[in-house]
Design a protein around this ligand. Structure first.
Ligand code: AMP
Length: 215
C-alpha cells in the first residue's frame, strides 16, 4: 500500500498516519519528523534545515527528494508506506514519480478542512518528545505537568506551532502545496475526506476509502 496523506498543517494527517501505519504494518514516513530528528542530532541536514523550519518555510526540493529516495529504499518500505507531509510541491511530486517508476501511488487522501480551524488546532497542539503523539490542549490534553498520555514522555510545543509561524506555514501551504490537489485529481487517485470532524469520524472515512481500494 503506497499512500499519501495530503493537507494543510494541522489537519490531523500525522495522527491518522500513525494509526493506519500500525493497522497495516507499514511505516509512516514524515519528512517533518525526519528533519526534526536531524535538527535534534545536529547533523549537516539538521543544521541546514533548522532556520527554514523555524520560519515555517519549505526545505529545498533537492534535499527533500534525496532524503525520500534514501528512506524508500529501506527494507521496511517494501510492502508500502504512508507519506505524511510529502510531497509538498509539484516538483517533489514529479520527483517522487521518478523515484517510484512503476510503483505508483495507489491513493492520495486529501484532508479537506476549514482553514480557520487550523490556526487554533496548531497553536493548541502539544507533541510528545518521546513517542511523537499529538495532544491538543482543548480536545485531548496531556496529563498534568505535560506528561504524555500514551508513553509518559515529556510533552512540548513545537517551535513552529507558535502563532506567527503557523500563519506563514498556512500561506506556504496555499502557494506551494494546495496545487497538488488538482495535480492528483487529474491523475485520478485523489480521495477527499472531510477533516473537520472528530478523530474517530475522520478515521472512519479513511477506513472506507482504503477498504474500497483494497477490495
Ligand atoms: P511538518 O511536521 O510536516 O509540519 O513539517 C515541519 C517543517 O519541516 C515544515 O514546515 C517544513 O519547514 C519542513 N518540511 C517537512 N516536510 C517537507 C517537505 N516535504 N518539503 C519541504 N519542507 C518540508
Amino acid at each position: 500500500m503506497r499512500i499519501i496523506f495530503l493537507g494543510a498543517p494541522g489537519t490531523g494527517k500525522g495522527t491518522q498516519a500513525l494509526y493506519f501505519s500500525k493497522m497495516y504494518s507499514i511505516p509512516q514516513i514524515s519528512t517533518g519528523e525526519i528533519l526534526r530528528d536531524a535538527v535534534k542530532k545536529g547533523t549537516e541536514l539538521g543544521k541546514k534545515a533548522k532556520s527554514i523550519m523555524d520560519a515555517g518555510d519549505l526545505v529545498p526540493d533537492d534535499i527533500i527528494l534525496q532524503l525520500i529516495r534514501d528512506r524508500l529504499s529501506q527494507q521496511d518500505c517494501k510492502n508500502g508506506y504512508i507519506l505524511d507531509g510529502f510531497p509538498r510541491t509539484i516538483s517533489q511530486a514529479e520527483g517522487l514519480e521518478r523515484i517510484l517508476k512503476d510503483n505508483a501511488i495507489e491513493a492520495v487522501i486529501y484532508f479537506d478542512i476549514d482553514q480557520n480551524a487550523v490556526v487554533s488546532r496548531l497553536t493548541s497542539r502539544r507533541v510528545c518528545s518521546k513517542c511523537g503523539y499529538n495532544h491538543n490542549l482543548i480536545t485531548d490534553p496531556p496529563e498534568a505537568d505535560n506528561i504524555c498520555r500514551r508513553c509518559g514522555g515529556k510533552v512540548i510545543q513545537r517551535d513552529d506551532d507558535k502563532e506567527e509561524t503557523v500563519r506563514n506555514r498556512l500561506q506556504v501551504y496555499e502557494k506551494n502545496t494546495a496545487p497538488l490537489v488538482d495535480y492528483y485529481e487529474k491523475k485520478g487517485n485523489l480521495y477527499k475526506i472531510d477533516a473537520n470532524g472528530a478523530i474517530d469520524d475522520v478515521r472512519a472515512e479513511i477506513h472506507n476509502v482504503l477498504k474500497n481500494i483494497r477490495d
